[in-house]
Design a protein. Sequence first.
Lengths: 550, 131
Amino acid sequence: MSTPSSRQGKPRAVNESMRRVVNESGIEIKPLYTAEDVAATAPLDLSRPGEPPFTRGIHPLMYRHRPWTMRQYTGFANAADTNNRFKYLIANGQTGLNVAFDLATQCGYDSDAPEAMGEVGRVGMAVDTLRDFEIAFDGIDLDAITVSLTVNGSAAILIAMYLAMAEKRGYDIAGLRGTAQNDILKEFIGRGTWIFPVGPSVKLVADTIEYCAKVAPKYSPVSVCGYHIRESGATPAEEMGYAFSIAKAYTDAALARGLDIDEFAGRLSFNFNIFGNLFEQVAKFRAGRRHWAKIILDQYGAKQPSSGWLRMIAGGGGFGLTIEQPENNIMRGAYYALIAALGGAQTMALCCYDEAYTIPTPKAQRLSLRTMQLLIEEIGLADTVDPLGGSYYIETLTNQMEEKILEAMRWVDEQGGIVKAVAEGKIQARVSEYAYKRQLALEMGTLRKVGVNCYKDSEQEKPNVELHPYEEMAANEQIANLRGTKAARDNHAVERTLEMVRDEARAGRNVMPALMQAVKAYATVGEITCTLVDVYGRFEEPTKLWRKVA
Amino acid sequence: MSERNIKILLAKPGLDGHDVGAKVVVQALLDAGFDVTYTGLRQTPEAIVRAARKENVDVIGLSILSGSHIPLCRKLRDLMIDDGLHDKLWIVGGNIPESDRMVLKQLGYRGVFPTGSRTEDIVSFIRENVR
């Protein structure tokens, strides 16, 4: 017989359980949680889902009413190829679109610009003019499926193109739904597709918020991204805290235009990451929901409860995936999807298992889609609201994560606010320092990663991944099409509308109405960007903040 | 190279905004005691060559994760040779598939460090290969 009490003189199990465990956000994890821990960390939160502060979810019935939107990140080569892939995903049950643009489009260059060499259509779809949007969404009902545009530096131009395309097709843009990422402040911290200096960049975001509030009030002009800040090195609590600091900066800029908080706050949305410890991430989402509601309803005094909703896409998890043993990423993706579902995400997207290597194959994208569908259809994730709510561990961690989120926001305030911290490169330096420590921990093995620093294959197996070829032909075709569009358009109208854009930018007025005119005249992304650069200038990256840390 | 510190330029050519890896490597090289200049994002090949000249570096490191490493490395190779930087150590890191590694080595990039490489391997490669 071997009972625990008979194993005297073998303290190994006890020592093991008493190993110190600290999560990434810096919270020490106890071996056991009880009601006392919940009570000791915050006043009891008995709010119901759909009631402020929305800890358990922004809707009363959550997935019981409607499961999360499935929105895989898609786009490559040109508009025609991307349109085909969109239709493939919709046929397979995808419920939203999430458009990937190539780097030239995202950085404001036309496909025939020297800067675009080798990049046209590589990491996303190439867009030069409104014509590309007309082709990309051809045959797709924009009322039946919502479209999310993953673009930031050139977002104002692409939002104008989307609205103009919908208008041309006869949609009433006053009722049009959809989202643009359009979170430029995080681009300076991670992801890097900035164009203009920080000040004018924030001004352009405010332009889009103001314009949409007046003209397309159902459209979500900004999706504030903790996601890329986390990818760049931030902890889960910092991810959420920095995102809130950014969202507050946009909110302040919109209020300064004379908008009422309830006119736009409900259309702000968020984008968060899902790799890492499951309980820490779920607590992050619950704490984030609670804290954002407090910010908007208590600090900004919004009257409509829905203004305080933390509507979010939770997804990706790119940093968590590995080059080594790529099939493991299929399992990681499944756990990450579980995290997003337990966290109460409105929309979900998963990185595909082959994405550390390549643009995903249709099969890999279908696997990601099936992962989410499995959770709904077989595993019971859409049956009841906030299934982890009431767990002593999750409730305690939710309270503690809220404290950590506040701590991150306080740090930003101490730097003089997010706009200053970004312009001076302070937040970038802080986030990269953490990324470096994370890398060292991976190399030393103190941060465990399966297939990378433990359970490695003895022999390097050739990964079974099909690489997406770069289509030089598609790039050349794109350039030919651009020249064709330029030859066919009314160049006087282009010049006239670009002049309008320049005048409005110079006068410091909202440029969106002029951008709408310019895109309708088939002015190119590059032409419009150059016009704005003439007025605003270009961002210069602070690169001299390095110091030894080890 | 005992008389002075090894000098390194780390550059991000092209439009790719993935700079987590580049910044981690900058930090690791600094901690290893090298002199490091980081260009920041979105550098043209011409600007990188100018910076390498100006800083008089021993090592030119490129970080590219968008997949456009071959066209960019080819263009930079031509410029570096024209500019007399052929005797410097050229290294490249990023999202580089197995099948492209030999191509880059043939172009003259003696060190190729795909995603997942250890920073200490990059440090020792530089120590061993700077003439």
